[in-house]
Ligand binder design. Structure first.
Ligand code: CMC
Length: 428
């Protein structure tokens, strides 16, 4: 029997049947597309109860703290997979065969260089520009350099644009850092893996050989896997909305990067480090916590719109954090100790327990990235690098759907009723 919800006006004059669409996992949704026939719209700022699309890419169970990419638990991918394999999975929906993986890695690796004129594009930025400011601009500029993959209705153009983005985003990210530091750009090295090559482009100099530490490469690769997708978060929804107008994929990803920059989203790990610096030492934690409870400030890296349990990425990140600090002999790092003290107090405090506020992935990722030598201003850039595959997979899923429509929300208007123009002489 068809499942439906019937909405009836209080006066009983009008009623409307709304179908209920089943989900493979998680809650079913009420299909309200015909609701506007009643002459009204629904109201849901912040999308607290609204599914904006149908998707087969990522599933989150916020109550149980579970995250699956294409059905595979994040814990299994973090342990057994690598970032590029996870990219393939997100884009194509299945884990690759050995041959498919080799082909994918080869094509991505061969396209890591950017158009040489892009190096001059950077000269237009101030040296002290925030790397995210450059990321937004330069990623958008890819559409000016790669004009032969902009036809969103051509699956081959889409495929090429997807490969270009995954291949070139680490190069652009490293260039943002190098420009900001006054260092020469480093060309990619095709003999290195995706993540090791990124570390090479970030940290090697023309003066001496550079061999990335395999433990640190593995840790960063895991960070990339953990951040690769997170279903319909703010930046992914931004990419979908931008893409729904037919905008080209490079412009859409630039829009996603802009949204990610905010401290409530991708900027949170940067905010965690700033917060740890402000607190300074463990003795200051009680006073800081009082401020959190009085709502003077938030405990950054805690809380999540969807997870009302431990963020599964946070548990993996904590383990990675231990491994990296051990490898680098930083177990007694004061920032890590301070973070652990904050975490312990928060997990036992009724303010956080009652509100179901647990550490999210950003609580630990900033500490790991710092240990890897990555400056705070690059944290969100690394997040953008990792999330590009998620954004582009969602964009591709949306564009491939024949039922795609431009995203056009409605509003509850509470402004002035109609009024007539008043000449400036007569205004009070
Ligand atoms: N510190 C202190 N109180 C908090 C925090 C926090 N980090 N997060 C939520 N609360 C309180 C909030 O004040 C509210 O209290 P009350 O019920 O008394 O008004 C209650 O918890 C519910 O919070 P909310 O703001 O309604 O929750 P939300 O779903 O709108 O916000 C959030 C989610 C992630 C924006 C928020 O938890 C937050 O700002 N956290 C800190 C920033 C952060 O770590 N962001 C990274 C998110 S994970 C990375 C990603 O996926 O992008």
């Amino acid at each position: 029997m068809e499942n439906k919800v019937t909405l009836t006006y209080k006066n009983g004059e009008q009623s409307i049947d709304l179908p209920v669409l089943p989900a493979t996992l998680g809650p079913s949704v009420v299909d309200i597309r015909t609701f506007s026939k009643t002459g009204m719209f629904t109201f849901d700022p912040g999308f607290l109860a609204t599914s904006a699309c149908e998707s087969q890419i990522t599933y989150i169970d916020g109550d149980l703290g579970q995250l699956y990419y294409r059905g595979y638990p994040i814990e299994q991918l973090a342990e057994h997979s690598d970032y590029l394999e996870s990219c393939y999975l997100l884009i194509y929906g299945e884990l690759p065969t050995k041959q498919q993986k080799e082909d994918f890695v080869r094509v991505v690796t061969k396209h890591t260089m950017v158009h040489d004129q892009m190096t001059r594009f950077f000269q237009g930025f101030r040296r002290d520009a925030h790397p995210m400011a450059m990321m937004v601009g330069v990623t958008g500029a890819l559409s000016a350099f790669y004009q032969d993959s902009l036809d969103i209705n051509d699956p081959e153009h889409r495929r090429v644009a997807i490969y270009r983005l995954i291949s070139k985003i680490p190069t652009i990210a490293a260039m943002c850092y190098r420009y900001n530091q006054g260092l020469p750009f480093q060309y990619p090295r095709n003999d290195l893996g995706y993540t090791a090559n990124f570390l090479h482009m970030m940290f090697s100099t023309p003066c001496e050989p550079y061999e990335p530490n395999p433990v640190l490469v593995k840790a960063l690769d895991r960070i990339l896997i953990l951040h690769a997708d997170h279903e319909q978060n703010a930046s992914t929804s931004t990419v979908r909305l931008a893409g729904s107008s037919g905008a080209n994929p490079f412009a859409c990803i630039a829009a996603g990067i802009a949204c990610l920059w905010g401290p409530s989203h991708g900027g949170a790990n940067e905010a965690v480090l700033k917060m740890l610096d402000e607190i300074g030492s463990v003795e200051n934690v009680p006073a800081f916590m009082e401020g959190v409870k009085n709502k003077t400030h938030k405990l950054m890296g805690f809380g999540h719109r969807v997870y009302k349990n431990m963020d599964p990425r946070a548990a993996i990140m904590k383990e990675t954090c231990d491994e990296v600090l051990k490898e680098l002999g930083l177990e007694n790092d004061p920032k890590f100790k301070l973070a652990m003290a904050l975490e312990k107090i928060a997990l036992e405090d009724p303010y956080f327990i009652e509100r179901k506020l647990y550490p999210n992935v950003d609580f630990y990722s900033g500490i790991v990235l710092t240990a890897l030598g990555i400056p705070v201003s690059m944290f969100t850039v690394i997040f953008a690098l990792a999330r590009t595959v998620g954004w582009i997979s969602h964009w591709n899923e949306m564009i491939s759907d024949p039922a795609m429509k431009i995203g056009r929300p409605r509003q509850l208007y509470t402004g002035s009723p109609r009024r007539d123009y008043v000449d400036i002489k007569n205004r009070g």
